[in-house]
Design a protein around this ligand. Structure first.
Ligand SMILES: [Zn+2]
Length: 84
């Protein structure tokens, strides 16, 4: 077992990722269109998974809209459920 060294790593430069701004908010687009495949593609991984918010940087409401849009697009086969 490790000793009880509870020294806080007081690194001078803490990793603070730059505050990402939601792309949809920045664009002032009212909502996300599921037919906008080019746009939705930026928010899915190459395996076809939806990127989590911590990566995409979207705000909560837009991320929610995005997942709905991606799921709709999948159903009508604009986007893959899973890429082979
Ligand atoms: Zn937003």
């Amino acid at each position: 077992m490790a000793s009880t060294s509870k020294k806080r790593s007081n690194a001078k430069k803490e990793r603070r990722p730059k505050r990402k701004v939601c792309n949809f908010c920045a664009d002032k687009q009212p909502d996300i269109n599921y037919k906008d495949v080019a746009r939705l593609r930026k928010y899915i991984s190459e395996r076809g998974k939806i990127l989590p918010r911590r990566i995409s940087g979207n705000c909560a409401s837009h991320q929610r809209g995005l997942t709905v849009a991606v799921k709709r697009a999948r159903v009508i086969a604009f986007l893959p459920f899973v890429a082979e």
